[in-house]
Each structure stands twice: as structure tokens, then as C-alpha cells.
Design a protein around this ligand. Structure first.
Ligand code: PLP
Length: 358
């Protein structure tokens, strides 16, 4: 297998894929695959319960939070958040605007209420996360929403905002890459296809007191309360994605959990940023204090060489280094399943490319 730097759906841990392969045709001696059993069978319910418990253990989720396995991706949660939180009192939400994904959440929220931008990094092309002391929340928001890591921009917060209202975070591209203080948040949500598992499932951790704030007529499939009451099985869940996510959680535990992942992320990202900063050909467009440890965008001094860079890197076994179509350039995503050797190989390749073309 090749080194895969895709931003999502992203690389999965090799042992997880091997186990899934071994179990594919005959799961647990049932004579069929996990995809072919009822989600209400005792065997699958055990998978679901174990996945929840492992995720709770990994993130030290307090007992007053529901752990929900949902459909519709993180985009579904852009809609679910206002639907679930605008029903009691204020229909205004505060937002920290940091780029592409924050913009999507803001746009969706405006269909149901007001999105007040209390901090933004638009002035410098979304190349940083607004500092904690540079902004203030409003007084009338039902919640404050931010994006802990802009997957496209490569901008990561190095702090958790302090607010009086419930704090809602899109953690799609940082969840499980570091320990988090779950109790500081009202809602944490994430699409799975980076550090959790395959696409098709999303995770939300919701503080229980926020389950009763939904707007009337909330679509049933977006209701956290309905999902919580039904153990995330109000309708047929994406069982294969759920099972694979569970295998990823078990793998994470054997690797030393999120503490070990944070150390790895530090080592991997420092190696790549160190190279970028020492290079006169490659550079990072992100300001130093906000550089993401998961997604590292970079540009070549001569954009005419982008195509050659991609062709050669692909041929060298380094997959998916193309930046998002909205910003161009390159991006290397360094999620948990990307080994240190992948980053070492990338840096060697880039140094060689620079020597030949720079
Ligand atoms: N939020 C962030 C930070 C993302 O990176 C993504 C996808 O990459 C999304 C939201 C949208 O996720 P989904 O495709 O699961 O709807």
C-alpha cells in the first residue's frame, strides 16, 4: 500500500483493514458479513455498544453526554445544530469565521436564524485563527460555533473559546488527534472520514441538557433527542461504517490513545513545517501560531510546476497531495493512520524535487 495524504476520506489503519478483510465473508461465525445482519441483532448491538464505550474511554466523555452515531455527515450537523438549539429562546448564534467550513456552517444557520460573526480571520485570507483576546462573544446567542480545524485552510485553534453560552464545535478534522476537555463543550460533532473511520457516519457528543431545545417540526432524522432515545438506531444506521469506526477505536487504544496520537501529530507536523520553513521553494501560507497538525497546505514558488509535482509524487507512491479545488496548491493530511515514515518519505521527495526544479 502507498502513503496516502488524502484529506478525506482518509487513510485507515492497516490492521483495521486487515481485520475487516479477514472477517468480511464470515463475521463471528455467522456465515455472513457484518453488513448483512440486522442492526437490531444482539451481535450488531454489541458492536455499537462497544464502539460507544471505546469512544467514551478515548475521549473521557463525562456521563452527562450522549454519544450519537449519525448520518448526513458533518454537513448534516450544520443543519442539525440550529434545528436542535434554536427552539428555546434566542434564534441567534455566534460564529468564529475561519474559512471554508465555518462559512458553510454560517450559511446553513442563516436559513433558520441569525449567525453573528463575532470573530473572523477574513482580513488576512483566513490564514490564522483569531486570538482568544481579540474578540468577545455577544450577550444574546443561543450558542457559539467554531471550527477547531479548517481542513482546507490548514488553520487550527490552539485554545478552546471561553463563553457563557453552550459551545458548539465542528471537530471533523481534529477529533481523536489530541485529548480534549469534553466538559467545556455543549456539542462536539465530526464527520467520520478523517480520524474516525470511513465516510457515511458522523459522531456527535451532546450534553444532555441541550436535548430539549429543538425547534418545533425538526426533521426527525436531524433530532439529537430522537437519536439519543433510540440509541442512534431510529432508522437503519450505516452498520459497516459503524463497525469499522469501532475497529479504529480499538486500534487507537492499542496505540496509546489520543495522548499518543497527539505526540505523533506533533512529531509529524513539525517535521513537515520544519522542512517548509527551511525551503526556498516550498512554503506554508498559514501563520505560525495557527498551523494545523492534521492538514498542511503548502505552495510551490512556481505554480507552473504543480502538475509535475503531483505526477512525480504520485509515481513515488505519495497519494493525494493536491490541495482543495477551492484554493489550489498542495495539501498533506497527517491524520492518525498516516505513519511517520510517510512524512519522512514526503520530505525526502520534496527536497529532491526542489533540488531538481527549484
Ligand atoms: N467540517 C469540516 C471541518 C470538514 O473538513 C468537512 C469535510 O471535509 C465537513 C465539515 C463536511 O463533512 P461531510 O462531508 O461529512 O459533510
Amino acid at each position: 500500500r502507498k502513503f496516502n495524504f488524502c484529506a478525506g476520506p482518509a487513510a485507515l489503519p492497516q490492521p483495521v483493514l486487515e481485520q475487516a478483510q479477514r472477517e468480511l465473508l464470515d463475521w463471528r461465525g455467522l456465515g455472513c458479513s457484518v453488513m448483512e445482519v440486522s442492526h437490531r441483532s444482539p451481535e450488531f448491538v454489541a458492536v455499537a455498544e462497544r464502539a460507544e464505550q471505546d469512544l467514551r474511554d478515548l475521549l473521557r466523555v463525562p456521563s452527562n453526554y450522549k454519544v450519537l452515531f449519525l448520518q448526513g455527515g458533518a454537513t448534516g450537523q450544520f443543519s442539525a445544530v440550529p434545528w436542535n438549539l434554536f427552539g428555546v429562546g434566542s434564534k441567534k448564534a455566534d460564529f468564529i469565521h475561519t474559512g471554508h467550513w465555518a462559512a458553510k456552517a454560517i450559511k446553513e444557520t442563516r436559513r433558520y436564524g441569525e449567525a453573528q460573526i463575532v470573530a473572523s480571520s477574513e482580513d488576512r485570507n483566513f490564514s490564522y485563527a483569531p486570538a482568544a483576546d481579540s474578540w468577545k462573544p455577544s450577550r444574546d446567542a443561543a450558542y457559539l460555533h467554531y471550527t477547531s480545524n479548517e481542513t482546507i485552510g490548514g488553520v487550527e485553534f490552539d485554545y478552546v473559546p471561553e463563553v457563557d453560552c453552550p459551545l458548539v464545535v465542528d471537530m471533523s478534522s481534529t477529533i481523536l488527534s489530541q485529548p480534549i476537555a469534553v466538559e467545556k463543550f455543549g456539542v462536539i460533532y465530526a464527520g467520520a472520514q478523517k480520524n474516525i473511520g470511513p465516510s457515511g457516519i458522523a459522531v456527535a457528543l451532546v450534553r444532555e441538557d441541550l436535548l430539549d431545545r429543538a425547534m418545533d417540526n425538526i426533521p426527525r432524522s436531524l433530532s439529537w433527542k430522537v437519536a439519543a432515545d433510540a440509541g442512534s438506531m431510529d432508522n437503519t444506521p450505516p452498520t459497516f461504517a459503524w463497525y469499522l469506526s469501532g475497529l479504529v477505536f480499538q486500534w487507537l487504544k492499542t496505540q496509546g490513545g489520543v495522548e499518543a496520537m497527539e505526540k505523533q501529530a506533533d512529531i509529524k507536523s513539525k517535521m513537515l513545517y520544519g522542512f517548509l520553513d527551511s525551503s526556498s521553494f516550498f512554503s506554508s501560507p498559514v501563520e505560525k501560531g495557527s498551523r494545523s497538525r492534521m492538514n498542511v497546505p503548502f505552495v510551490l514558488a512556481d505554480a507552473d510546476l504543480d502538475k509535475k509535482f503531483l505526477e512525480e509524487s504520485e509515481a513515488a507512491g505519495l497519494l493525494s497531495l493536491k490541495g482543495h479545488r477551492s484554493v489550489g496548491g498542495m495539501r498533506a493530511s497527517l491524520y492518525n493512520a498516516v505513519p511517520l515514515e510517510a512524512v519522512e518519505a514526503l520530505v525526502v521527495f520534496m527536497a529532491d524535487f526542489e533540488a531538481r526544479w527549484g
